[in-house]
Design a protein around this ligand. Structure first.
Ligand SMILES: [Fe+2]
Ligand SMILES: [Fe+2]
Length: 444
């Protein structure tokens, strides 16, 4: 980039004198002989114009007013068009005040000098004009540099802006990709928990799709209570895995009813909530759910286990899972029409002692959505038909649990089929084909 401090090679200023009298031109040449100017002369305005056309670097024009042909004013006016930057001075007689005014107004004259001139005065005027001219020229040069630098800055700025925009786009793109990956991870994590929960149920066949039901019911209650989404997710996970600690309990014990167990067996069984928390503790994301798993058998009055917490000290998620767990167990044991009415009745009796009363309105509101779809075995007022997995359709109701070939419960009795579950079933039937078809209820 050019800078203002750059060294300029300063050529002497060129001055053009115009006068029809040769003597005048001679004396002017003589006067400026020792000065550092380049002198050009012309005998008429017309000749001077020709000279200007090929000498655009002329800095000062000094013209007589009274000349045959073009007058000084007319000449200066035309000269202004050819070399607009040159300074113009008019030489004129005393009486010619009109010519002076014209020279200034039309010819853009910088000064006028009266004839006959005093040498010192003319030298001084020309000297000042030369200084003025070179200052103006320098000013112009500096302005050009500033303009050029501004333009370069502007270019840099727009380039910078472009780079910033490009980078922002790149970052946004990467963020989107990360978001996508994150979503994938989350989905995989959730699917893994569901798969794991199904595996648990595979072992404890007595409970069927217990964890799934408890999860569905708990999350409905939580949503009805307007609990934040994060809490609802934790509750879902905890409900799906609430009995994971039963993995450590021997099969023989697991098949017995809690009330029929002796003291030692009960003690062993009661360890499952703490073991459950310990089992998930190594996965950091599962720790909040682990806390709910630990406390899903606490009672509101502090008579529950493992820690005997009471009231608000029991996490709300654990209070919800506790009641959903109780209701699902009760309904499954009864396995008949109106089972959920009886379950509700039992819950009402435990309000304030075992269960949290503030949950009851939400339980009452949501219970039908979870359990009315379950058709008690032997009480079906509908015909049951066995269909090939490729023949099931949306809206059909399962009349039996659907198990995979190796016994995994895929969907529970009462489920209403939708596109997603149908696709999942078809996929399972390819991977792990069941020996039976799918039993659905049709009206008699
Ligand atoms: Fe439990
Ligand atoms: Fe349970």
């Amino acid at each position: 980039m050019e800078t203002a401090n750059e060294i300029k090679s300063e050529a002497p200023m060129e001055i053009l004198f115009v006068d029809d009298e040769v003597n005048v031109l001679h004396s002017l040449r003589r006067l400026f002989m020792d000065e550092d100017y380049e002198i050009l002369v012309a005998n008429s305005g017309e000749e001077a114009l020709e000279i200007l056309k090929v000498n655009s670097q002329i800095g000062l024009i000094v013209s007589d007013q009274r000349m045959p042909g073009l007058t000084g004013v007319d000449f200066l006016e035309q000269a202004k068009e050819i070399v607009p930057d040159a300074l113009r001075i008019l030489l004129t007689g005393y009486a010619d005040i009109n010519a002076v005014a014209d020279a200034i107004n039309r010819g853009g004259a910088y000064r006028y000098v009266t004839k006959p001139w005093k040498d010192e005065e003319l030298l001084q005027v020309i000297g000042e004009a030369a200084q003025h001219y070179s200052l103006r020229k320098e000013n112009k040069r500096l302005n050009e540099i500033v303009k050029k630098q501004n333009l370069e800055l502007k270019n840099w700025n727009s380039q910078l802006e472009f780079f910033v925009q490009e980078q922002t786009l790149e970052i946004q793109k990467k963020n989107k990709e990360l978001e996508g990956l994150n979503e994938n991870l989350k989905r995989n994590f959730k699917n893994s928990i569901r798969a794991f929960s199904s595996l648990l149920e595979l072992r404890d066949r007595k409970t069927g799709s217990h964890s799934k039901n408890v999860a569905e019911f708990s999350v409905k209650i939580a949503r009805d209570m307007n609990l934040p989404e994060k809490d609802r997710e934790t509750i879902t996970v905890a409900a799906l895995l609430h009995d994971i600690g039963k993995i450590g309990i021997p099969d023989a014990l697991l098949l017995r009813d809690f009330d029929d167990m002796d003291k030692g067996a009960k003690k062993e069984f009661m360890l499952h909530s703490v073991r459950g928390q310990a089992a998930v503790d190594s996965v950091e994301d599962l720790r909040p759910a682990g806390i709910l798993i630990r406390h899903h058998h606490e009672w509101l009055n502090g008579h529950g286990y493992p820690d005997g917490l009471s009231g608000g000290k029991i996490p709300i998620g654990a209070r919800i899972i506790a009641v959903a767990d109780f209701i699902d167990n009760t309904i499954r044991e009864l396995d008949r029409d109106g089972a959920f009415e009886i379950a509700l009745d039992k819950v009402r009796n435990w309000l304030g002692t075992r269960f949290d009363s503030q949950l009851y309105p939400h339980i009452e509101k949501e219970i039908k959505g979870v359990y009315s779809k379950i058709l008690p075995q032997g009480k079906i007022r509908m015909l049951e038909v066995e269909l090939n997995v490729n023949d099931i359709k949306e809206g059909m109701i399962l009349s039996r649990d659907v198990n995979s070939g190796t016994g995994l419960i895929l969907l529970s009795r009462g489920t209403i089929l939708n596109t997603k579950s149908i696709l999942a079933l078809r996929r399972y039937y390819q991977l792990d084909p069941s020996r039976t078809g799918i039993f659905v209820a049709v009206e008699r």
